[in-house]
Design a binder for this molecule. Structure first.
Ligand code: TRP
Ligand code: SF4
Length: 363
């Protein structure tokens, strides 16, 4: 059972039941120093993660692949993926980060030079500033449009995928343009190409993503199977993380600035946004003292859980104080705002320092 103070898993039971994703918390005892997002139930599900555990335990090769679509600004929810990559980098994984410029072209109409600019100025800069080590040989960042190995593999794999299948997985129809239709195959190749002989041959691969990417994962696993005799692919594993709630209560989305704290926000902007975020507090102080707040419905609590508070004991304390009504939202927000301020002050310096390096990674 997962502790209530990290109740992240509850909403996703349905996904777990219907699609065969397995609960992640069952694995926790087998992981040495599990990532904070694993411990707290933010990473709630997986497919075939046992292979990754084995590779980490036996110190054999494994890869991590997770892409970024260069379509807009990075918000604090995107930080979660980077935090996981940093953890895997320290565990000795080969890290592959495709920049999905073909996807942003076909699905969002963003041209290739613009995608490259966004990738460098936003994504790669932030990834380095957040702590990914750009000088480690295990890091491979590339543009989909410039990676011939990936492009060629996608084409070869497309031979065993037909139109009916693409229609049923993605809802594509007769009017879907062919670039859009083809882009998922590029993603499949992103995930499988580290297993090609030229990159060291078959090895376990994990894809850490949000649940929206699961159709791609299922397609990739099916295709890996179809080509197993040709390439000996090991079916890729995946993990699924819960999305962070937007500041106004719905989804956090780069296209709706009011819902998001952007990594490029100034310290004042970020703190101001946190202070006006939706909480799980009650209508009146008296009611909150009597009935307690609802941390499960609180964006501020979520920010502490995902990003700001690294001590489990302190997080538990806030959870219980909130439930008991012994801490009020004003005080709690002030504490969280202080942590946010510290994070952003430091992060901005790191961002400045990362800018030049980011330019040299893809050129
Ligand atoms: N489709 C992903 C997104 O929308 C980006 C992506 C491209 C990706 N290639 C990938 C994700 C490979 C995981 C693995 O963000
Ligand atoms: Fe959220 Fe803190 Fe208010 Fe509880 S006291 S609802 S955790 S802001």
């Amino acid at each position: 059972m997962i502790d209530p103070w990290s109740s992240a898993i509850l909403n996703y039971e349905k996904l777990i039941e219907e699609f065969g994703i397995k609960p992640f918390h069952d694995l926790l005892d087998d992981i040495k120093n599990p990532h904070i997002l694993m411990r707290r139930g933010v990473i709630f599900g997986h497919r075939d993660y046992g292979r990754i555990l084995k590779a980490m335990r036996e110190k054999t090769k494994f890869s991590v692949v997770t892409g970024m679509m260069p379509s807009g600004k990075m918000h604090i929810g995107h930080k979660m993926v980077v935090d996981q990559l940093i953890w895997y980098q320290k565990k000795g994984a080969e890290i592959y980060i495709p920049i999905a410029d073909m996807e942003s072209y076909s699905a969002r109409g963003i041209n290739f030079s613009e995608a490259k600019r966004i990738a460098i100025d936003e994504y790669i800069t932030n990834y380095i500033a957040l702590g990914l080590d750009p000088d480690n040989d295990n890091l491979h960042i590339y543009l989909q449009s410039e990676n011939k190995t990936v492009g060629d593999l996608a084409y070869k794999l497309a031979k065993k995928v037909n139109m009916n299948e693409m229609k049923s997985i993605y809802g594509f129809s007769g009017s879907t343009n062919i670039a859009h239709l083809y882009t998922p195959l590029i993603q499949v190749a992103d995930i499988l190409h580290p297993q090609l002989d030229e990159l060291g041959g078959p090895k376990p691969t994990v894809v850490p993503v949000g649940p929206d990417q699961d159709p791609h994962i299922r397609l990739t696993r099916d295709i890996a199977e179809r080509f197993s005799s040709q390439y000996n692919f090991i079916s890729p594993s995946s993990t699924y993380h819960r999305f962070i709630t937007g500041l106004t209560g719905g989804k956090m989305s780069s296209s709706k600035p009011k819902t998001a704290i952007f990594l490029s926000d100034s310290v004042e902007e970020a703190v101001g946004k946190l202070k006006s975020a939706k909480t799980g507090g009650r209508e009146s102080l008296a009611e909150q003292q009597e009935r307690g707040g609802v941390p499960e419905d609180c964006v501020v609590y979520e920010m502490l859980l995902y990003h700001l508070l690294h001590s489990d004991d302190e997080l538990k304390k806030i959870y219980h104080e909130c439930r008991e009504g012994s801490i009020m939202c004003g005080e709690c927000k002030t504490k969280a705002a202080e942590m946010m301020k510290n994070f952003f002050e430091e992060f901005q310096i790191k961002r400045e320092n990362a800018k030049d390096k980011a330019k040299s990674i893809i050129n």
